[in-house]
Structure formats: structure tokens, C-alpha cells
Design a binder for this molecule. Structure first.
Ligand SMILES: NC(=O)c1ccc[n+]([C@@H]2O[C@H](COP(=O)([O-])OP(=O)(O)OC[C@H]3O[C@@H](n4cnc5c(N)ncnc54)[C@H](OP(=O)(O)O)[C@@H]3O)[C@@H](O)[C@H]2O)c1
Length: 206
């Protein structure tokens, strides 16, 4: 499958690209800057292009810009993305003196992005830290994907399953993305308090 990673030059995009390439996918790393895309991509042995070019022939677009830029980037790329499915991995977090908080928005970022795009948006992989995803061994944790289009959700679950040592779970409709996005505030607080990179494993399921 051809997977374009918009904003793929960041730590998450680079780690994801590495794993996706190992899993046999055709990966295109996107950036706002052609040279930055090509340099980062060359190091990984994948393709690199401006974001708008990268998404053009993709089967799946991963929106991996920093969270604050995700909505505007989706708006900007609307025409180029067309009806291609989009995976939103972003969590909007608020860093305060008392700790990290989830976004106060009543509607998830993924749903707000969906409102601007023609194709289906699914949300997932939020809990996979770039630092653990980028290691040689697949991270010993589960992954979660929310979405309303069951075909696209199945496709993304299959992709996710190959990235981790744990399981990729269907975590419900896109409206549940708010919980997945907010959960990362808890993970970051755990990372700070207990020094590490929290991953999530679900027990009690068949
Ligand atoms: N880091 C993690 O462990 C982790 C884990 C799970 C999910 N996520 C999610 O994955 C996404 C990427 O995380 P990250 O840590 O890799 O983020 P990041 O380094 O802050 O940003 C990723 C890329 O976004 C692009 N970008 C920055 N500002 C932009 C703007 N105003 N408009 C368009 N593009 C812009 C940059 O690429 P160019 O300058 O090359 O365009 C940058 O390399 C985030 O949404 C985050 O919530 C991160």
C-alpha cells in the first residue's frame, strides 16, 4: 500500500515511516519544504515530497503534523487528498503548571478534520510514542483506532497490527476519538511522573 505521511519529517513521522517501510509499504514522507522532505526520506530509504505532492497517489494519508497545524493542513490539502482515507494521529494537549491536560474542545480534532475532507477520516495510533515506535523491536503495546467507515478502519487496523507487538483494537466510532486524543494527556503525565514512555496494553479481551 502507498502511504503518505504529511508532516512526516517530525519524530513520529520518521518512526512511523521506518516501521511502515519494514512492513513492506510504499512510503512517501511529506513536508512543507521539498528539500527537508527529500533529506529526511533519503535517510530512511523512502520517497520524499512536498505535502501536496506526497498525498496525490496515496492509498492512505497519515496526518502527522504537529497537532496545532493538523486542521489547517487538512484544509489546505483538501483538494489534493480528495477522497483518499486519512488517519489522524494528533492529540491536542495543554501544558500547564499543574500538568498536561486534554483539549477543552467538545469535539475531537479528528471529527473537526473530517468536516473539511471529502474522504473518510479515522483516528488512531495516538498512544504509540515516537521513541518506542522508532526502536528496532516493535513496541510491546496495543494500538487503538476509531472511525465511522468500517472498511477504512479495517485497513488501518491491519496496518497498525504490523507496527506493534500487541494488538490493534477497533475502539469504536469517530466520536470516540476525543477519548483517544485526551488519553495522551494522561500518558504524558505518567511519562513525566514515572520517567519513561508509557504504552498501553488491554487485558480481559478475546
Ligand atoms: N511524538 C510522538 O511520540 C507522537 C506519538 C503519537 C502521535 N503523535 C502525533 O503525531 C503528530 C506528529 O508528532 P511529532 O512529535 O512528530 O510532531 P512535530 O515534530 O512537532 O511536527 C511534525 C511535523 O509537522 C510539520 N509542521 C510543523 N509546523 C507546521 C505547520 N504550521 N503547518 C504544517 N506543518 C507543520 C513539520 O514538518 P515540516 O516542517 O517538514 O513541514 C514537523 O516536522 C502530532 O500530531 C502528535 O500529536 C506524536
Amino acid at each position: 500500500m502507498r502511504i503518505a505521511i504529511v508532516g512526516g519529517t517530525g519524530p513520529f513521522g520518521v518512526a512511523l515511516a521506518t516501521r511502515l517501510r519494514e512492513a513492506g509499504h510504499d512510503v512517501v514522507l511529506g513536508s512543507r519544504d521539498a528539500a527537508r522532505a527529500k533529506d529526511a526520506a533519503a535517510e530512511l530509504g523512502v520517497e520524499g515530497a512536498m505535502n501536496g505532492e506526497a498525498v496525490r497517489d496515496a492509498d492512505l494519508v497519515v496526518l502527522a503534523t504537529n497537532a496545532d497545524a493538523a486542521l489547517d493542513t487538512a484544509r489546505l490539502l483538501r483538494e489534493s487528498i480528495g477522497s483518499t482515507p486519512v488517519l489522524c494521529v494528533a492529540s491536542e494537549l495543554r501544558f500547564t503548571s499543574s500538568g498536561v491536560l486534554p483539549s477543552p474542545e467538545a469535539v475531537s480534532l479528528a471529527e473537526r478534520i473530517q468536516a473539511h475532507l471529502e474522504g473518510p477520516v479515522v483516528a488512531g495510533l495516538h498512544s504509540l510514542a515516537a521513541s518506542t515506535l522508532g526502536r528496532d523491536e516493535p513496541p510491546d503495546e496495543d494500538a487503538f483506532v476509531c472511525g465511522d467507515d468500517s472498511e477504512v478502519k479495517t485497513l488501518v487496523l491491519e496496518v497498525a497490527e504490523r507496527l506493534i507487538a500487541g494488538r490493534a483494537f477497533d475502539a469504536g466510532p469517530l466520536a470516540s476519538a476525543r477519548a483517544l486524543e485526551g488519553m495522551i494527556a494522561v500518558a504524558v503525565n505518567l511519562n513525566k511522573r514515572y520517567r519513561g514512555h508509557a504504552g498501553i496494553r488491554v487485558t480481559g479481551l478475546r
